[in-house]
Write a protein that binds this ligand. Structure first.
Ligand code: ADP
Ligand code: MG
Length: 534
């Protein structure tokens, strides 16, 4: 008689074989169905409430999934896809999750027909390679002078969000923002600062060539506006040294107290004098500024701001050509940067500081206006997506029509391609083709159109070699996407197809899930969310 041989810690959950696979697929399908109704211009928004009662209203796939408190490892894996898509290309987060879910759903049908997962994985890999090749074959090249294409790309990205009501104005602003930070063919989105201020409406959103700091000057006697600013950036405290430990000072007479205070005053005055002697008229300090120093700077007519964020100091340094000074002892006029104007203005009820007309105008700010905090947050996410797609086009200069047109083209082409393959692989390729059709299908479903009819009509267009036809959910019919100007970056589609296929293949290869004991109470890995409802 052998003793049971225990290698896993007590409480560890283990699911094996088909169960492990089915659980993962089930979880992925649930996640993908949760976001599917958000796809496209007629997609619905989601309202999510976290455990603190904070509300988020969004249509952005990555945000929806980020806000959901999901436990199942398979589900988490799919959610990660949306995150990666967001980081890599900035848009297409719903698409990638919907596609991965559909690939797994179709794979499940094949598994039920006793087709081995490795055959499905092989068929999916072949299909993915072919799909990427096909995507390349229909891409359209654009030039940066083609402003209309850039505008269309931005509008398509925004068309599914609440921001779309103002999409013309916003597209103009977004394209201008991206082009103004463009440098040798690349666009660094980090150079575009987004500031949100409640009040007014989205149409009052502005693009400011320069930086805006959500700060105010330290002293009301300082000037509100400085032309031809000579700027000093300091990352040291303009205060007397505070000791880290309690220290004791033995003072024996009133004279000594006075002496001590005088010395402190003198050192603060010296600090202010040093700044004044550089000829600076604007000071941005990353740390604090003592009242006494503030007083002296104000008397000298200097505009000073304290506790500026490190990232803002760095941006200021880039755009004004001012080095960041950390050692106050050798300050000189060489440490000055410049800007045409530094000004404190009221936006909504807050004071903010505008730094404009700087020599390296590499940074711009989008000042978003809107009624409520929820709306402002969603505007910011949509603007971020649109900035990313415009960046993608400026960098790659390649686009494809949207509205499910490339997906439908790929599905049809895969159906001819599969004929050259062995029969079981053919089934997997067919499943991939059906899965990728989920995009035009979901776009029509979400607009209340009949997906079977629409796919039928689109297939007819494919036969007539009209490859730019896709779903027009706004008018409820099929349409030429190129004519409509519904275009997307190839980069977004490529990344979505690539990572959805890879994710599906990874999950299909798993036949054993070992999860450590769940310390978080109910809802652990073994707690399949099969009754989750959205
Ligand atoms: P994602 O998070 O994947 O970007 P979206 O909700 O933004 O999800 O929807 C993107 C899909 O909607 C793409 O397939 C895109 O081509 C399509 N789409 C966007 N605007 C339109 C439009 N005006 N007409 C047709 N399809 C559109
Ligand atoms: Mg989008």
């Amino acid at each position: 008689m052998s003793q049971p041989f225990i290698i896993l810690r007590e409480g560890t959950e283990r699911t094996r074989g088909r169960d492990a696979l089915n659980n993962n697929i089930q979880a992925a399908k649930i996640i993908s169905e949760a976001v599917r109704t958000a796809l496209g211009p007629k997609g619905m928004d989601k309202m999510l409430v976290d455990s603190f009662g904070d509300v988020v209203i969004t249509n952005d796939g990555a945000t929806i999934l980020k806000e959901m408190d999901v436990q199942h490892p398979g589900a988490k894996f799919i959610i990660d896809l949306a995150k990666t898509q967001d980081q890599e290309v900035g848009d297409g987060t719903t698409t990638v999750v919907v596609l991965a879910g559909e690939l797994l759903k179709r794979a499940q049908d094949l598994l039920e027909m006793d087709i081995h997962p490795s055959i499905i994985v092989e068929g999916y890999r072949l299909s993915m390679d072919k799909a990427l090749e096909l995507l390349n074959s229909i891409k359209i090249e654009v030039s940066l002078n083609d402003r209309d294409s850039l505008l269309n790309i931005a509008k398509t990205s925004m068309s599914s969000k609440i921001i779309s009501g103002e999409s013309s104005h916003m597209a103009d602003l977004i394209v201008d923002a991206a082009l103004s930070v463009e440098d040798e063919g690349t666009v660094d989105i980090d150079n575009i600062v987004i500031i949100k201020k409640q009040g007014e409406s989205l149409s009052d959103t502005q693009l400011i060539k320069g930086l805006i700091l959500d700060k105010e000057r330290v002293h009301s006697d300082m000037p509100k506006s400085i032309k031809n600013a000579k700027i000093l950036l300091i990352n040291a405290a303009l205060e007397t040294n505070k000791t880290e430990f309690d220290s004791k000072l033995n003072i024996e007479s009133a004279d000594q107290v006075q002496q001590f205070l005088d010395r402190e005053q003198a050192s603060l005055k010296e600090m202010a004098d040093k700044i004044i002697s550089t000829g600076a008229n604007v000071v941005f300090c990353q740390k604090g500024i003592d009242d006494m120093v503030q007083h002296h700077l104000a008397k000298a007519g200097i505009f000073a701001v304290r506790r500026v964020k490190k990232s803002d100091i760095e941006k200021l340094s880039k755009s004004t050509n001012a080095p960041i000074v950390s050692n106050m002892s050798d300050l000189s006029s060489k440490d000055l940067g410049s800007a045409g104007k530094v000004e404190e203005r009221k936006v909504a009820d807050d004071d903010v500081i505008f730094v404009t007309d700087s020599p390296q105008s590499s940074a711009v700010t989008i000042l978003i206006r809107g009624g409520t905090e929820f709306v402002l947050d969603e505007y910011e996410r949509s603007i971020h997506d649109a900035l990313c797609v415009v960046r993608n086009i400026i960098e790659d200069k390649e686009l494809v029509p949207g509205g499910g047109a490339p997906e439908l083209f790929i599905a049809n082409e895969l159906r001819s391609f599969k004929l050259s393959q062995p029969s079981k692989i053919q089934l997997a390729i067919e499943s991939f083709a059906t899965a990728i059709e989920v995009i035009p299908r979901a776009l029509s479903e979400n607009a209340g159109m009949d997906p079977i009819e629409i796919i039928g009509e689109l297939n007819q267009m494919y036969k007539d070699k009209k490859f730019t036809y896709g779903v027009n959910p706004i008018e409820g019919k099929i349409d030429d996407m190129k004519k409509l100007g519904v275009m997307e970056p190839v980069r977004v589609k490529r990344q979505a197809i690539l990572s959805a296929s890879e994710a599906a293949s990874i999950l299909l290869r798993i036949d054993d899930v070992v999860s450590a004991k769940n310390l978080g109470g109910p809802g652990g890995p073994s707690d399949m969310p099969d009754d989750m409802d959205f």
